[in-house]
Write a protein that binds this ligand. Sequence first.
Ligand code: MN
Length: 245
Amino acid sequence: MIDFHCHLDLYRYPELAVQEADRSGIYVLCVTTTPKAWKQALALCADRRRIRTALGLHPELAGQREGELPLFEHFAGSTRYFGEIGLDGSPQFRDTQQAQLRVFSRILKIAATLGGKLLSIHSRRAANDVLECLANEPDAGTPILHWFSGSQTQLRTAIDQGCWFSCGPAMLRSAKGRGIAAALPRNKVLTETDGPFGCDGSRPLQPEDSWQAVSMLAETWNVAPAEVAEILRQNLKSLVNPVVP
Ligand code: MN
């Protein structure tokens, strides 16, 4: 199965988390939160066949870490994956909104220049702004909105703009999250855990828990879990190896 948004480097015991992920056979996108964390995360996941490491600058850190943008640019050519990136419109980050916008726009510009990037994007309380930034940078690559929590109207705009979506157990536990999942184009859905931040009670989710999201999607879509798993496998294939017309 697939965990397309997991912070393997931020578990209490990162090496163990990576070992477990590897052993469980899950395909994992290890997102990072600052360019300074990139090299270490890359080394952490090195030689793990199903794990890829993404270069990120988390919107919640954009206020303090804007100065790492040159470092982001420096590493940008070494990976196909950018994440975690995006915007957060929650009240506690409102004073960094301008910095967030500068950082996110710059990263999308870098992505557009390099081409072919896959972007794991945070959009909490900022769906409109995220979608506007993406519309302004149409060559930035393929956006995958992680844990989307916008309105149904924003969701339709996102779908129209060609976005993909990664859904985890924490998102699918809420009625709103299931409402979003029900409306998604099934050929543009992946699973995620957002571990160790995504939790099951007080237990941080691990990549293997993306199976929980599979059963929850199966229930929401009224499709057998095995069929959902097959859809997700095909989706990952078409995302990573797009058929060029
Ligand atoms: Mn995250």
